[in-house]
Design a protein around this ligand. Structure first.
Ligand SMILES: Nc1nc2c(ncn2[C@@H]2O[C@H](COP(=O)(O)OP(=O)(O)OP(=O)(O)O)[C@@H](O)[C@H]2O)c(=O)[nH]1
Ligand SMILES: [Mg+2]
Length: 308
């Protein structure tokens, strides 16, 4: 009988969780960027092959939350730990720091098996990697009193170790029938992915605190017949925290907003395989990251969080 189960991907911000999930499923669903705290929600994807089905949960990086949004993000990650069949914990190929030991303390409280992935191995030499693996194994034992189910060095960039990781994942999953159709790749809606794509471009193009204060809301997404095939009209708001941020997002003569719109449009067109007419508006909503109603409106609703 084939295997079927849930795997959550956790770790510090920016370690490469979303990149790894995209690599595992062979498709870009979760947005990624070189800035920490890119992912804000649970992103569910589905990987199906002969051995069975793995439902992946990509989660926000584990960090010290400063506002309601931050606490929501932490909950989105931590609430998955007890609900899944296996925890995929990602760490950088550097000797464990206090932040890594904080993750170990969190893991000490759950019975779910843990696969520790030392990722970005393309950035270090092999001789540097072995002491890192040893140190993680030793600290893990010290903090949790147990051992990880497996320790696997990988690189999402070169795909090294990905097959070993899949093997380790399947060996932790129970036998069972698949949860989703074999052609399901994600449970995210096209609207949700479109909003995330716009936020990704803002994260990549804007500097410092501006992109971290942004939320994206799709107000309209509607496909109609055009002159040369179908056209999808999308109206979206980019919400920011300050009037000064609004100016930066719009840019001189509207140049920044145009750049965000153009790059987002190309990605959305590739996703839905339809020509897109994207209109972006910038709005200021002060302190939305601490406003319960605003958080819910922008898709950060605690009620929607569950591990499976
Ligand atoms: N060299 C190298 N870079 C990587 C690898 N995996 C991810 N990255 C880079 O690391 C950065 C962060 O990647 P993300 O996938 O967005 O990280 P994340 O853990 O999801 O980050 P948050 O959502 O903010 O918690 C990006 O610049 C990636 O290109 C890897 O295997 N090798
Ligand atoms: Mg991420």
């Amino acid at each position: 009988m084939a295997k079927a189960g849930f795997a959550t991907i956790i770790g510090r911000p920016n370690v490469g969780k979303s990149t790894l999930m995209n690599t595992l499923i062979g498709q870009k669903i979760a947005i990624t960027s070189y800035k920490p705290q890119t992912t804000r929600n649970q992103i569910r994807t589905v990987y199906t092959e002969e051995r069975g089905q793995i439902v992946f949960l990509d989660t926000p990086g584990l960090h010290a939350a400063k506002d309601r949004l931050g606490r929501y993000m932490l909950k989105a990650a931590e609430s998955t730990l007890k609900e899944v069949d296996v925890i995929l914990w990602l760490a950088e190929p550097k000797l464990p720091k206090e932040e890594d030991r904080a993750v170990m303390k969190l893991l000490a409280g759950v019975k779910t098996p843990v696969i520790l992935c030392i990722t970005k191995t393309d950035t270090v030499k092999k001789v540097e990697l072995l002491p890192v693996i040893d140190a993680f194994a030793r600290d893990y034992k010290e903090v949790t009193g147990g051992d990880p189910a497996a320790v696997i060095p990988i690189s999402a960039r070169t795909k090294q170790g990905i097959d070993d990781l899949k093997e380790a994942l399947f060996s932790e999953l129970p036998e069972g029938t698949p949860f989703y159709d074999s052609d399901t790749v994600t449970t995210q809606t096209e609207r949700e992915i479109a909003a995330e794509i716009i936020r990704e471009k803002a994260l990549r193009l804007l500097q410092e605190e501006v992109p971290h204060g942004i939320a994206v809301q799709i107000n309209r997404m509607h496909t109609r017949p055009g002159k040369n095939g179908e056209v999808c009209d999308i109206d979206a708001d980019i919400i920011c925290e300050r009037e000064s941020h609004k100016g930066i997002i719009i840019g001189a003569g509207g140049s920044m907003l145009k750049k965000i719109g153009m790059t987002a449009r190309t990605d959305i067109e590739n996703m839905i395989q339809t020509k897109v007419n994207l209109k972006l508006f910038v709005k200021v909503r002060r302190d939305w990251k601490d406003d319960d109603k605003a958080l819910k409106a922008y898709g950060y609703n605690e009620k929607d969080l569950n591990g499976r």
